[in-house]
Design a protein around this ligand. Structure first.
Ligand SMILES: *Cc1c(COP(=O)(O)O)cnc(C)c1O
Length: 394
């Protein structure tokens, strides 16, 4: 007789057979340009730690000091007794940094999307969503129970056709897009999307998880990058990528923030960011406000690495950001490539279906301001060797 959970073993075996099983590596060191994994020192090409803040001494110190003063836990959901003056200070600083009137933080970028989308639209409404939007946007849309109409990836023309056809059939409408698409590193044409949406009665929302701390002046994000201040209603960001900590943020119109205080379910029913996280994030904002040095170095590193990879003959896709996909095709090749890189002392994960479409498996290299030129050169040498061994490059 089969048991009720037997199907899981069958499914797991299918993942192993098709090269899609996630083997999780365990880190024995802080996040930095180098990591210790399985006792080996390896070059870190995986993390979203764009600016090297995850182990920055100023953030570590701020977290320690705050823990000494406030302890570690927020104690309750924020509406009951879990909002400390530190949480409000972080929100004020984030709003000022992003040049908006107000901001609200969440436990993660994922929960920021789950909070925001269902608070803005419901059963009688419609959501126009980029086909390649992040899983947390997709889940937020599903929770909202609104009609979801996907438009072609980064296509304002496709969005406009959908708005013409469907907008009038619904009460409220939301247009939502990733700012930077995490698997390809391309940037949403938010300026054109804004131009299209202004002729319709729609709320415009961008999830700038990979643009926060990366795009715009000193890392102020995609709205700053396109100079769209005051024109995008809702800007979601994460504090877990360039900011190096963990947490989510919604910045924008004060009415949106006020409404999320009242109706954002992960805000109302789940406890707040912890004290060390909040204090470290405040320090991250201070660092970003004081200098563009880290952001500048990130972009210099990215330009150097991508240029050299192209010269070697690799296909780095359509990336316009420090995210560098190395396109390999089938998942087993990408997995093998990743394993061989690891043997050469480079930690870069392969990514396959369902995270990217079938046949578009890749290694995704995440460049950071924490990398030195020597680090990047070592990484390039490993890619060259493995690329020739596996006949990906000539
Ligand atoms: C990473 C990511 C998230 C999730 O952010 P967390 O803070 O890690 O939960 C949400 N949206 C997009 C577009 C992302 O890339």
């Amino acid at each position: 007789m089969t048991k009720p959970l037997d199907w899981i073993e069958t499914e797991l075996q299918a993942l192993r057979d098709t090269g899609l099983y996630n083997q999780i590596r365990i880190l024995e060191s802080p996040q930095g340009a180098w990591l210790v994994v399985d006792g080996e020192k390896v070059l870190n090409f995986c993390a979203n730690n764009y600016l090297g803040l995850a182990n920055h001494p100023r953030l570590v110190e701020a977290a320690k000091k705050a823990a000494d003063k406030y302890g570690v836990g927020p104690g309750a959901v924020r509406t009951i007794a879990g909002t400390m003056d530190l949480h409000l200070e972080l929100e004020k600083r984030l709003a000022a940094f992003k040049k908006v009137e107000n901001a609200i933080t969440f436990q993660s970028g994922f929960s920021a999307n789950l909070a925001t989308i269902p608070a803005l639209v419901g059963k009688e409404d419609v959501i126009f969503s980029d086909r390649l939007n992040h899983a947390s946007i997709i889940d937020g849309c599903r929770l909202a129970k609104a009609k979801i109409i996907p438009y072609d990836h980064c296509s304002p023309a496709s969005l406009k056709r959908s708005l013409d056809e469907f907008r009038a059939d619904f009460r409220r409408a939301l247009v939502v897009t990733d700012g930077v698409f995490s698997m390809d590193g391309d940037i949403a044409p938010l300026d054109e999307i804004y131009e299209v949406t202004r002729d319709y009665d729609v709320i415009l929302m961008v999830d700038d998880a990979h643009g926060e701390g990366v795009l715009g002046e000193g890392g102020r994000g995609i709205v700053d990058h396109f100079k769209l201040h005051g024109k995008v209603d809702v800007e979601v960001g994460t504090l877990s990528k360039a900011f190096g900590v963990v947490g989510g943020v919604v910045a924008g119109h004060p009415l949106v923030v006020e409404w999320l205080y009242q109706r954002g379910r992960p805000f109302l029913f789940s406890s707040a960011m912890t004290i060390p996280d909040v204090a470290a994030c405040i320090e991250a904002v201070k660092i970003l406000e004081s200098s563009t040095e880290l952001v500048d170095r990130l972009w210099e590193n990215a330009a150097y690495f991508k240029g050299e990879m192209k010269t070697l003959g690799f296909d780095t896709g359509k990336s316009a950001t420090p995210i560098t996909p190395v396109m390999l095709g089938e998942a087993p090749l990408a997995q093998k490539f990743s394993r061989k890189l690891f043997e050469e002392g480079v930690f870069a994960m392969s990514i396959g279906f369902p995270t990217v479409p079938q046949g578009e498996a890749r290694i995704r290299v995440m460049i950071s301001a924490a990398h030195s030129k020597e680090d990047l050169d070592q990484g390039l040498a490993a890619f060259e060797k493995v690329g020739r061994d596996l006949e990906v490059i000539g």
